[in-house]
Design a protein around this ligand. Structure first.
Ligand SMILES: C[S@@+](CC[C@H](N)C(=O)[O-])C[C@H]1O[C@@H](n2cnc3c(N)ncnc32)[C@H](O)[C@@H]1O
Length: 214
Protein backbone atom coordinates (compact mmCIF):
# COMPACT_ATOMS: atom_id res chain seq x y z
CA UNK A 1 0.00 0.00 0.00
CA UNK A 2 1.35 3.42 -0.91
CA UNK A 3 2.55 5.57 1.98
CA UNK A 4 -0.12 8.13 2.96
CA UNK A 5 0.85 11.79 2.77
CA UNK A 6 0.86 14.16 5.74
CA UNK A 7 -2.14 16.06 4.36
CA UNK A 8 -4.12 12.85 4.01
CA UNK A 9 -3.42 11.85 7.61
CA UNK A 10 -4.33 15.30 8.90
CA UNK A 11 -7.58 15.32 6.94
CA UNK A 12 -8.50 11.91 8.31
CA UNK A 13 -7.82 13.09 11.85
CA UNK A 14 -9.96 16.17 11.30
CA UNK A 15 -12.68 14.00 9.91
CA UNK A 16 -12.60 11.95 13.06
CA UNK A 17 -13.82 15.04 14.98
CA UNK A 18 -16.60 15.43 12.45
CA UNK A 19 -17.61 11.79 12.89
CA UNK A 20 -17.40 12.07 16.66
CA UNK A 21 -19.68 15.12 16.56
CA UNK A 22 -22.22 13.18 14.50
CA UNK A 23 -22.04 10.23 16.89
CA UNK A 24 -22.35 12.33 20.01
CA UNK A 25 -25.10 14.54 18.65
CA UNK A 26 -23.33 17.88 18.32
CA UNK A 27 -24.22 20.25 15.51
CA UNK A 28 -20.58 20.59 14.48
CA UNK A 29 -17.05 19.50 15.29
CA UNK A 30 -16.46 22.97 16.77
CA UNK A 31 -17.93 21.55 20.00
CA UNK A 32 -14.66 19.75 20.75
CA UNK A 33 -12.60 22.92 20.50
CA UNK A 34 -14.60 24.47 23.34
CA UNK A 35 -14.58 21.21 25.33
CA UNK A 36 -10.78 21.01 25.02
CA UNK A 37 -10.30 24.68 25.96
CA UNK A 38 -12.53 24.21 28.99
CA UNK A 39 -10.75 21.02 30.01
CA UNK A 40 -7.48 22.92 30.15
CA UNK A 41 -8.57 26.33 31.44
CA UNK A 42 -11.89 25.75 33.26
CA UNK A 43 -13.49 28.67 31.50
CA UNK A 44 -16.92 27.74 32.91
CA UNK A 45 -15.81 28.47 36.46
CA UNK A 46 -16.14 32.07 37.55
CA UNK A 47 -15.18 32.58 41.18
CA UNK A 48 -15.61 28.82 41.61
CA UNK A 49 -19.14 28.77 40.21
CA UNK A 50 -20.80 27.90 36.92
CA UNK A 51 -21.53 31.15 35.03
CA UNK A 52 -25.06 32.56 35.08
CA UNK A 53 -24.94 34.57 31.90
CA UNK A 54 -22.99 33.70 28.77
CA UNK A 55 -22.62 35.56 25.47
CA UNK A 56 -21.68 33.49 22.41
CA UNK A 57 -20.66 35.52 19.34
CA UNK A 58 -20.62 33.75 15.97
CA UNK A 59 -22.72 31.00 17.52
CA UNK A 60 -24.21 29.21 14.47
CA UNK A 61 -24.93 26.39 14.00
CA UNK A 62 -24.87 26.15 17.80
CA UNK A 63 -22.38 23.47 18.86
CA UNK A 64 -20.81 25.68 21.54
CA UNK A 65 -24.27 26.39 22.92
CA UNK A 66 -24.88 22.63 23.05
CA UNK A 67 -21.67 22.18 25.03
CA UNK A 68 -22.77 24.83 27.54
CA UNK A 69 -26.25 23.36 27.69
CA UNK A 70 -24.93 19.87 28.48
CA UNK A 71 -22.66 21.27 31.18
CA UNK A 72 -25.54 23.21 32.69
CA UNK A 73 -27.78 20.15 32.71
CA UNK A 74 -25.10 18.26 34.66
CA UNK A 75 -25.90 20.53 37.60
CA UNK A 76 -28.49 18.77 39.80
CA UNK A 77 -31.94 20.28 39.04
CA UNK A 78 -32.50 21.89 42.47
CA UNK A 79 -29.18 23.71 42.17
CA UNK A 80 -29.77 25.14 38.68
CA UNK A 81 -30.12 28.90 38.38
CA UNK A 82 -33.54 30.36 37.80
CA UNK A 83 -32.02 33.23 35.86
CA UNK A 84 -29.54 31.29 33.76
CA UNK A 85 -29.14 32.72 30.24
CA UNK A 86 -27.17 32.03 27.10
CA UNK A 87 -27.31 34.58 24.28
CA UNK A 88 -26.11 33.39 20.89
CA UNK A 89 -25.55 35.83 18.03
CA UNK A 90 -24.83 35.06 14.40
CA UNK A 91 -25.39 36.38 10.89
CA UNK A 92 -27.18 33.13 10.14
CA UNK A 93 -30.16 31.57 11.86
CA UNK A 94 -29.45 29.26 14.78
CA UNK A 95 -31.90 26.36 14.93
CA UNK A 96 -33.85 26.35 18.21
CA UNK A 97 -32.80 24.12 21.11
CA UNK A 98 -35.35 21.82 22.71
CA UNK A 99 -36.54 22.52 26.25
CA UNK A 100 -34.10 25.35 26.77
CA UNK A 101 -36.09 28.55 27.16
CA UNK A 102 -33.01 30.16 28.75
CA UNK A 103 -31.25 30.17 25.36
CA UNK A 104 -31.87 33.28 23.29
CA UNK A 105 -30.55 33.50 19.75
CA UNK A 106 -30.38 36.49 17.43
CA UNK A 107 -29.71 36.75 13.75
CA UNK A 108 -27.68 39.91 13.45
CA UNK A 109 -24.26 41.35 12.65
CA UNK A 110 -22.00 41.93 15.66
CA UNK A 111 -21.03 45.28 14.08
CA UNK A 112 -24.63 46.48 13.91
CA UNK A 113 -25.93 49.07 16.33
CA UNK A 114 -28.86 46.79 17.09
CA UNK A 115 -26.51 44.08 18.33
CA UNK A 116 -24.94 46.20 21.02
CA UNK A 117 -27.80 48.55 21.89
CA UNK A 118 -30.74 46.14 21.76
CA UNK A 119 -29.24 42.76 22.59
CA UNK A 120 -26.02 43.05 24.58
CA UNK A 121 -26.31 46.28 26.53
CA UNK A 122 -29.72 45.52 28.12
CA UNK A 123 -28.20 42.39 29.70
CA UNK A 124 -25.72 44.59 31.58
CA UNK A 125 -22.95 42.08 32.41
CA UNK A 126 -21.90 38.57 31.34
CA UNK A 127 -19.84 36.05 33.31
CA UNK A 128 -18.35 34.56 30.16
CA UNK A 129 -17.98 35.92 26.62
CA UNK A 130 -17.15 33.50 23.81
CA UNK A 131 -16.29 34.32 20.23
CA UNK A 132 -15.80 31.74 17.51
CA UNK A 133 -16.47 34.43 14.89
CA UNK A 134 -14.97 33.71 11.52
CA UNK A 135 -15.38 36.29 8.77
CA UNK A 136 -16.12 35.18 5.24
CA UNK A 137 -12.79 35.07 3.43
CA UNK A 138 -12.16 36.65 0.07
CA UNK A 139 -8.55 35.48 -0.24
CA UNK A 140 -7.00 38.96 -0.36
CA UNK A 141 -5.67 41.61 2.06
CA UNK A 142 -9.17 42.37 3.33
CA UNK A 143 -9.29 39.05 5.21
CA UNK A 144 -6.64 40.10 7.69
CA UNK A 145 -8.25 43.49 8.25
CA UNK A 146 -11.68 41.91 8.75
CA UNK A 147 -10.36 39.41 11.24
CA UNK A 148 -8.52 42.08 13.21
CA UNK A 149 -11.60 44.31 13.28
CA UNK A 150 -13.61 41.41 14.62
CA UNK A 151 -11.19 40.69 17.45
CA UNK A 152 -11.11 44.40 18.34
CA UNK A 153 -14.91 44.46 18.37
CA UNK A 154 -15.04 41.49 20.73
CA UNK A 155 -12.56 43.27 22.97
CA UNK A 156 -14.86 46.30 23.00
CA UNK A 157 -17.58 44.03 24.35
CA UNK A 158 -15.49 43.33 27.46
CA UNK A 159 -17.20 46.43 28.86
CA UNK A 160 -20.06 43.94 29.34
CA UNK A 161 -17.85 41.34 31.04
CA UNK A 162 -18.17 40.96 34.80
CA UNK A 163 -15.15 41.41 37.04
CA UNK A 164 -13.52 37.94 37.40
CA UNK A 165 -15.25 36.85 34.18
CA UNK A 166 -13.65 34.80 31.40
CA UNK A 167 -13.33 35.22 27.66
CA UNK A 168 -12.43 32.94 24.73
CA UNK A 169 -11.77 34.54 21.35
CA UNK A 170 -10.85 32.90 18.09
CA UNK A 171 -8.25 34.62 15.96
CA UNK A 172 -5.79 33.75 13.26
CA UNK A 173 -2.09 33.57 14.03
CA UNK A 174 -0.26 36.70 12.84
CA UNK A 175 1.82 39.54 14.25
CA UNK A 176 -1.48 40.94 15.44
CA UNK A 177 -1.78 38.00 17.89
CA UNK A 178 1.23 39.29 19.81
CA UNK A 179 -0.20 42.82 19.79
CA UNK A 180 -3.47 41.52 21.20
CA UNK A 181 -1.69 39.49 23.87
CA UNK A 182 0.23 42.60 24.94
CA UNK A 183 -2.87 44.79 24.94
CA UNK A 184 -5.12 42.36 26.82
CA UNK A 185 -2.55 41.23 29.35
CA UNK A 186 -3.30 44.01 31.80
CA UNK A 187 -7.02 43.25 31.71
CA UNK A 188 -6.92 39.58 32.76
CA UNK A 189 -5.11 37.86 35.63
CA UNK A 190 -4.33 35.00 33.24
CA UNK A 191 -4.03 35.33 29.48
CA UNK A 192 -3.19 32.31 27.32
CA UNK A 193 -3.36 31.17 23.74
CA UNK A 194 -4.30 27.67 22.71
CA UNK A 195 -4.71 25.65 19.58
CA UNK A 196 -7.06 22.84 20.60
CA UNK A 197 -6.40 19.39 19.08
CA UNK A 198 -9.80 19.59 17.32
CA UNK A 199 -8.66 22.66 15.37
CA UNK A 200 -7.34 21.74 11.94
CA UNK A 201 -3.56 21.85 11.91
CA UNK A 202 -3.62 23.43 8.47
CA UNK A 203 -5.61 26.40 9.81
CA UNK A 204 -3.93 29.41 11.42
CA UNK A 205 -6.81 29.54 13.87
CA UNK A 206 -6.06 29.72 17.58
CA UNK A 207 -7.92 30.88 20.68
CA UNK A 208 -7.03 33.59 23.15
CA UNK A 209 -8.25 32.73 26.63
CA UNK A 210 -8.57 35.47 29.22
CA UNK A 211 -9.35 34.38 32.78
CA UNK A 212 -10.35 36.47 35.77
CA UNK A 213 -11.12 39.85 34.20
CA UNK A 214 -9.74 42.76 36.20
C1 LIG B 1 -16.91 28.81 12.96
S1 LIG B 1 -18.53 29.40 12.95
C2 LIG B 1 -19.01 29.27 14.62
C3 LIG B 1 -19.31 27.88 15.10
C4 LIG B 1 -19.97 27.88 16.46
N1 LIG B 1 -19.02 28.22 17.49
C5 LIG B 1 -20.60 26.56 16.80
O1 LIG B 1 -20.21 25.99 17.78
O2 LIG B 1 -21.51 26.10 16.11
C6 LIG B 1 -18.30 31.13 12.74
C7 LIG B 1 -19.57 31.92 12.67
O3 LIG B 1 -19.27 33.32 12.68
C8 LIG B 1 -20.36 33.96 12.06
N2 LIG B 1 -20.07 35.36 11.74
C9 LIG B 1 -19.12 35.83 10.88
N3 LIG B 1 -19.16 37.18 10.83
C10 LIG B 1 -20.15 37.57 11.69
C11 LIG B 1 -20.67 38.84 12.06
N4 LIG B 1 -20.16 39.97 11.56
N5 LIG B 1 -21.69 38.88 12.96
C12 LIG B 1 -22.21 37.75 13.45
N6 LIG B 1 -21.75 36.49 13.14
C13 LIG B 1 -20.74 36.42 12.25
C14 LIG B 1 -20.62 33.09 10.83
O4 LIG B 1 -21.91 33.31 10.30
C15 LIG B 1 -20.39 31.69 11.39
O5 LIG B 1 -21.60 31.05 11.70
Amino acid sequence: MAKKGKTWIKTQLSDSWYKKAKREGYRSRAAYKLIQIDLKYKIFKVKGKFPKKILDLGAAPGAWIEVILRKYLEIPAPKRYRNFKIIGIDLTTIRPFENAQFIETHRTDIFSEKCEKEIIQPEKLFDVILSDLAPKTSGDFRDVANQEAMVEKVFEFTKYLKKHGNIVVKMFQSEFTNEIMKKWKMHFRILKRMKPPASRESSRELYIIGLNFI
